[in-house]
Design a protein around this ligand. Structure first.
Ligand SMILES: *Cc1c(COP(=O)(O)O)cnc(C)c1O
Length: 462
């Protein structure tokens, strides 16, 4: 399988190259040149197979001959072995015709584990073969960093440095980053905001001398392998509800558009999905764009669903590329306009987007009310992100088609917001119940590129 960039100018890469590169050299995002198809018989044959077996069958055509069958199966097995539920992504019923896909049984209690755990194993297998070492550096507002640390801890060919804004992540998120004891894990508390962390990471990637010396690599949400890993649970959940013989719809709490774009890929592969609903919090740029055609960032307002507090939704570029019939020049033009403040999607592309995506928003009061109501009506304690999804799904679903809402994090990851809304303090799962007693290791640094680079060079011996 060959991978092409959404801006049409970067070299065509193999799966392995696209995975290790992340962002394309022309600033674009990689996508497979053709989308492999699953026939109705292929989909029907997923009934009753394990999550890992389904993952192998769905992802294999994208990975091609990068790994042998045994290698790739072993990678998948290791990726999901640490999940706290046999089904990996279990489906729960909320109401007649409304189901919740629980994506929070991974080691850091958020759906990002599905992609990050796989990518950790893919990197390790690939680097072992080449004898190379890489240094993963990432910025996080909480969930991505903990998922990355959990995925790479203890792996031989990788060091992982995560920059988070000092004092601005939840205690659970901080402890998930600071308590792993492996030497290759480095939780860095930066004196600044999340935007500062992101800016310093970008600076490091632009410092080519440093970048090459330490072997910098990125695993942010634009990495194609992350999107690919997320395609799997759209299939497994739809098959549980009768696909390919019955259509289902999905509502997805959305920020960077990576998760819902995986749903689009599943649909393009042949999964009978009726509607894909984008659910946003008060940072509703995606909902506004799909409603009006104008994409105009106007500043993030912090919310109780912080993992969706986004104004520049990186994976939306992939959806635009598809809506513009894979015209890289048109996408480049839009991104240039965005650099100057905003862009407008053409009428044709807007129509194409609306054929694939519906959208809705849920404000802070509605989020809290949904947590409260869902608990009263069903006994299910939702995290604020899942609650945004459930609220929008309730507004948009119809009686004819089952709706699956993605529950992207465990309520115990956002205990304060959940307690304020419901009066209940969500307990951590048993495997994590000693998180508050574990010893923390944190390095605090100034918001200064030189200081951060020196630290990374010292720790990696470069
Ligand atoms: C990252 C995240 C999201 C948003 O996912 P995208 O792929 O960025 O759209 C939603 N909920 C939680 C809990 C997350 O961590």
């Amino acid at each position: 399988m060959r991978y092409i960039s959404t801006r049409g100018q970067a070299p065509i890469l193999s799966f392995e190259e696209a995975m290790l590169t992340g962002l394309a050299r022309d600033g674009g995002l990689y996508l497979p040149e053709i989308i492999p198809q699953m026939s109705r018989a292929d989909i029907a044959a997923l009934v009753g197979v394990s999550y890992e077996e389904a993952a192998y069958r769905i992802m294999q055509p994208y990975v091609g001959d990068t790994f042998t069958e045994d290698e790739f199966r072993a990678i998948i097995a290791r990726a999901y072995a640490g999940f706290g539920h046999a089904a990996r992504a279990p489906l729960k019923q909320l109401d007649s015709g409304h189901f919740l896909l629980e994506l929070f049984h991974g080691p850091t209690l958020a759906f990002k584990d599905f992609a990050m755990q796989l990518i950790g194993q893919l990197f390790e297998a690939s680097l072992k073969r080449s004898g190379k070492r890489v240094c993963i550096v990432g910025a996080t507002s909480g969930d991505t960093g903990s998922a990355a640390i959990e995925a790479f801890r203890g792996l031989e060919a990788v060091d992982v440095f995560i920059l988070y804004p000092h004092g601005r992540v939840s205690e659970v998120q901080r402890r998930q980053m600071s308590t792993p004891s492996e030497d290759n894990v480095h939780a860095i508390a930066l004196d600044g905001h999340f935007d500062d962390c992101q800016a310093r990471v970008k600076d490091m990637f632009n410092d080519f001398e440093f970048r090459d010396a330490v072997g910098l690599a990125g695993v942010n949400s634009i990495n194609w392998a992350r999107v690919l890993a997320q395609v799997v649970y759209y299939f497994t959940s739809a098959v549980s509800l009768g696909a390919p013989h019955r259509k289902v719809s999905f509502t997805v709490p959305t920020g960077n558009f990576g998760d819902i774009f995986a749903g689009y890929i599943a649909k393009r592969m042949g999964l009978p999905i009726d509607r894909l609903v984008v659910a946003t919090n008060q940072n509703d740029i995606l909902h506004r764009c799909l409603s009006t055609s104008e994409y105009k960032p106007d500043g993030v307002i912090p919310s109780i669903s912080p993992s969706m507090d986004i104004q520049v939704s990186s994976n939306f570029e992939r959806a635009l590329f598809e809506a513009y019939d894979r015209d890289g020049a048109a996408v480049s033009q839009l991104m240039e306009e965005l650099g100057a403040g905003a862009f407008n999607v053409s009428q044709g592309a807007l129509q194409a987007l609306r054929e694939n995506y519906d959208s809705g928003r849920c404000d802070e009061d509605e989020t809290r009310a949904t947590i409260r109501d869902a608990y009263t009506r069903t006994g299910e304690l939702l995290c604020p992100h899942g609650a945004v999804g459930v609220k929008v799904a309730e507004e948009q679903r119809d009686a004819a088609t089952p709706m699956i809402t993605l529950a992207t994090a465990h309520p115990a990851k956002f205990p304060d917001a959940v307690e304020t809304a419901s009066g209940l303090h969500p307990p951590l799962p048993p495997a994590m119940s000693d998180l508050y007693e574990r010893e923390e290791r944190i390095t605090r640094v100034a918001n200064d590129l030189g200081a951060i680079e020196t630290l990374i060079r010292e720790r990696t011996g470069n």
